[in-house]
Write a protein that binds this ligand. Structure first.
Ligand SMILES: [Zn+2]
Length: 245
């Protein structure tokens, strides 16, 4: 059920039965020459919408922009500062709570979002907002990582991973018509974190982080997508059963 396609009367009727909403979040950032800039929000959105469809629960519009400051040395990246992102997340949650939603679950596709989203949750609780606020990052789910490990082993890496690129190939195949296919060396770089945008580009010159995105395949994407959906459904069901204090 997509919030953007509902009327307010339908939302009011939903709220008589259920109080959960999913919100896909990601980033608009470089994913190497092999991957597309929308990777993180496209993966999160497609997974969240499928979970919403199968569980008959509302999925709010995707927040595509995230915290991507460390990718700003690559053209096309658009970032919010952590401070702004915390406020955006807070105000989305507060809006939903005002209407009677009590379980707000962010389905996340981007590592840089996790700290600010958790900070927003801490602040909401400090301000005594009632409800359950959760973030589920699909690529951190153990069962998803088990599949990635079988498919790519160490070559999955940390950014522009063949796993996330496979999902976008599955969802948006036409976007890959002109992307490169050649292989490059995969260097295991040990560094510190966080990095400034210039440090990032020095350490990871083509935007990959220890990954082999050319291994991405549409069929792998379907497999990883299905597993992420399956595991998130289990997690969301548990969230729906929790008692709100
Ligand atoms: Zn990504």
């Amino acid at each position: 059920m997509l919030l953007e396609e509902m009327s307010y009367t339908e939302v009011e009727a939903y709220l008589l039965e259920k109080d959960i909403v999913l919100i896909p979040i990601g980033s608009v950032e470089q994913h190497s020459p092999y991957g597309i800039i929308g990777t993180d929000f496209i993966t999160a959105e497609s997974i969240a919408r499928e979970v919403g469809r199968r569980l008959d629960i509302i999925v709010a519009p995707t927040l595509p922009y995230g915290m991507s400051q460390h990718h700003m040395a690559f053209a096309g990246t658009i970032t919010l500062s952590p401070k702004t992102y915390v406020e955006v997340i807070k105000e989305i949650v507060i809006s939903l709570l005002e209407h009677g939603f009590r379980r707000v679950v962010f389905i996340n596709g981007h590592g840089g979002n996790i700290n600010p989203v958790k900070t927003a949750f801490d602040q909401l609780k400090y301000e005594n907002y009632r409800g359950i606020f959760e973030i589920i990052s699909w690529y951190l789910l153990q069962k998803v990582q088990d599949i990635e490990n079988v498919l790519y082993g160490d070559l999955n890496g940390y950014h522009a991973t063949p796993s996330e690129i496979s999902i976008t190939k599955f969802i948006r195949p036409k976007a890959f018509r002109n992307k490169p296919k050649g292989e490059k060396p995969v260097e295991k770089v040990e560094t510190y974190w966080p990095l400034s945008k210039d440090e990032f580009r020095n350490v990871y010159p083509d935007g990959r982080m220890n990954s082999a995105p050319w291994l991405a395949k549409e069929n792998d994407g379907k497999l990883i997508f299905e597993e992420a959906v399956r595991v998130i459904i289990e997690n969301v069901r548990k969230i729906m059963e929790k008692e709100i204090i």
